[in-house]
Write a protein that binds this ligand. Structure first.
Ligand SMILES: [Zn+2]
Ligand SMILES: [Zn+2]
Length: 128
């Protein structure tokens, strides 16, 4: 049984190529992680790569980047997948919380507050 201190990235096929850069949105987009909108003139990360012969393009909003960066500096290797990153962080927090200093979990919770708020607003809008 593996846990957060061991790396599982090796089990997944690496991309044939991948590039990431921070861009400023010119039109509205959607974050691949929280599924919320990326507004024009805000910054987001664009990932472009080829996995299993398919070229893919993922946008990640600043709020989700904050969560990902936090997870990545917290453990030796944060193993995650595009589209499931927020869930992967949640799993990491569940596994690692007992070994972390007090307050560590709140660092995560604090970063998730604005994301959850935006997700609730989006769902409310969509159900109207
Ligand atoms: Zn890993
Ligand atoms: Zn997001």
């Amino acid at each position: 049984m593996s846990d957060y201190s061991s790396c599982e990235c090796i089990d997944s096929d690496p991309p044939e190529f991948m590039s990431q850069r921070i861009r400023t949105a010119r039109k509205q987009g959607r974050c691949y992680e929280c599924r919320c909108s990326i507004e024009p003139r805000t910054k987001y990360e664009e990932t472009f790569g080829k996995w299993d012969g398919n070229v893919s393009n993922f946008k990640t909003c600043q709020l989700c980047l904050e969560v990902r960066n936090w997870a990545q500096i917290s453990v030796p290797c944060f193993c995650w997948t595009f589209g499931e990153m927020l869930e992967d962080v949640k799993i990491l927090v569940d596994e690692a919380r007992r070994d972390m200093p007090p307050g560590w979990m709140f660092e995560w919770g604090r970063r998730m507050v604005p994301i959850r708020k935006r997700q609730r607003e989006r769902l409310a809008k969509e159900s109207q």
